[in-house]
Design a protein around this ligand. Structure first.
Ligand SMILES: NC(=O)c1ccc[n+]([C@@H]2O[C@H](COP(=O)([O-])OP(=O)(O)OC[C@H]3O[C@@H](n4cnc5c(N)ncnc54)[C@H](OP(=O)(O)O)[C@@H]3O)[C@@H](O)[C@H]2O)c1
Length: 361
């Protein structure tokens, strides 16, 4: 039996190909192992960032690929088609981190009513969320279109939720306005929704072609194109959350706002512009936001279930915006996956689309 895997050259992401990898058959699976068929997965700019940071943040180690290539991790759904674990039945649905492939062998460990982990040696030493699977059979929140929203948005909205919490906790560092770059991205508009809901003024920075979409969301008070950011008023303190990772844009904003820039948080790299040496910038020093730190802090302060409960409430408030603003596009088969991958890499996906893919024909 084989799995169809979609892999990319680590040093040139435009090079990609489909390969077949050998799988053990059901009888020769090791003890406690599961053979999972990967039904469908979400693909957004976030997955491209996993590839860009593949070496640095160990994403390439999760799903090994032949020399010089990598398999990009994706969030999606799989079905157990063979099981050597006494508590996991054939037919179970799992939600979690998968390779771009048709199949994965999971060494099931820490199996509980709600989830399990892949205990494979090469998947250790990363944040626990990257080897955890939720058991979602029969759960309507993970079924059909709701399931697509979970795969497309849940991991991104967790970041939006954590950044909002981080800013709120500090009184937004004294800022009256929050600026978000790549305002059309799902991570940014999730954050804009949360900021807007608690009464912050939010300005979305985006490219000319995406202003219509960003304006239509209704959670940005103002929208400015990248070439107009230096005409934004500087009379009130601002915080900047950077989804684009474009050093020229960041430097321009710091120069423009000077000491009014009270906080500058780096979150994403959608523009993949090379990190030019910015030198010392006026205003607050830019720093990366590290989600696991905020999770650890809140887990301690809010106790068991505290994050999940608050996140669940935030998600419920966000769902209507998703239903209104995001259309899910499904594509199947290696050629379609290749096309959507390259369109995402080159920034050609309209922001109102959320892509769900499958390598199964
Ligand atoms: N640190 C973390 O833990 C964490 C967690 C979640 C997400 N993130 C990051 O947040 C960013 C957004 O992810 P997402 O999945 O929400 O994105 P998405 O919804 O797929 O965003 C697409 C938007 O990104 C910009 N973009 C994408 N590709 C581009 C390209 N090649 N050239 C120029 N612009 C491009 C465009 O926005 P504009 O025209 O508006 O610029 C586009 O509309 C990613 O870098 C992701 O890794 C980080």
């Amino acid at each position: 039996m084989t799995s169809t895997d979609f892999i990319v050259a680590r040093d040139d992401l435009e090079q990609c190909k489909v390969i077949a990898t050998e799988l053990p058959d059901a009888d020769s699976l090791p003890p406690d192992a599961l053979l999972v068929k990967i039904d469908r997965f979400a693909f957004t700019a976030n997955n491209i960032t996993y590839a860009v940071l593949g070496d640095e943040l160990k994403y390439w180690q999760l799903f090994p690929a032949p020399n010089g290539f990598g398999n990009i991790p994706v969030w999606g759904f799989g079905q157990v088609i063979a099981s050597k674990h006494p508590s996991v039945a054939v037919g179970e649905r799992l939600f979690g981190y998968f390779p771009m492939a048709t199949h994965l062998v999971i060494e099931a460990t820490d199996v509980s009513k709600r989830g399990l982990r892949d205990g494979a040696a090469h998947r250790q030493g990363v944040a626990p969320v990257y080897n955890a699977y939720a058991r979602v059979s029969g759960d309507p929140a993970y079924d059909g279109r709701q399931g697509d929203y979970q795969a497309l948005l849940r991991p991104l909205f967790m970041l939006s939720f954590l950044v909002d919490d981080f800013l709120a906790e500090t009184g937004d560092f004294g800022a009256r306005t929050v600026l978000l770059s790549s305002a059309s991205s799902k991570t940014a508009f999730g954050l804009a929704h949360l900021l807007h809901t608690r009464g912050c003024k939010v300005i979305g920075l985006t490219s000319a072609g995406n202003t219509g979409f960003v304006t239509s969301l209704g959670c940005y008070d103002e929208v400015a194109t990248y070439d107009r950011v230096t005409s934004l008023p500087t009379d009130t303190p601002v915080a900047f959350v950077d989804m684009a990772g474009n050093s020229a844009l960041r430097a321009g904003l710091h120069q423009h706002f000077g000491e009014q820039m009270k906080c500058s948080v780096r979150v994403g790299l959608t523009h993949r512009a090379t990190d030019a040496d910015e030198g010392a910038l006026p205003g607050a020093k830019p720093r990366w936001f590290f989600a696991p730190d905020q999770i650890r802090k809140r887990a301690k302060e809010w106790g068991p279930g505290g994050i999940e409960q608050r996140f669940g409430a935030a998600w419920s408030g966000f769902a209507p915006l998703l239903q209104r603003s995001l259309s899910v596009v499904e594509s199947r088969g290696p050629e379609a996956v290749r096309r959507i991958y390259l369109d995402t890499l080159k920034g050609r996906i309209p922001p109102e689309q959320g892509h769900m893919l499958s390598l199964l024909g």
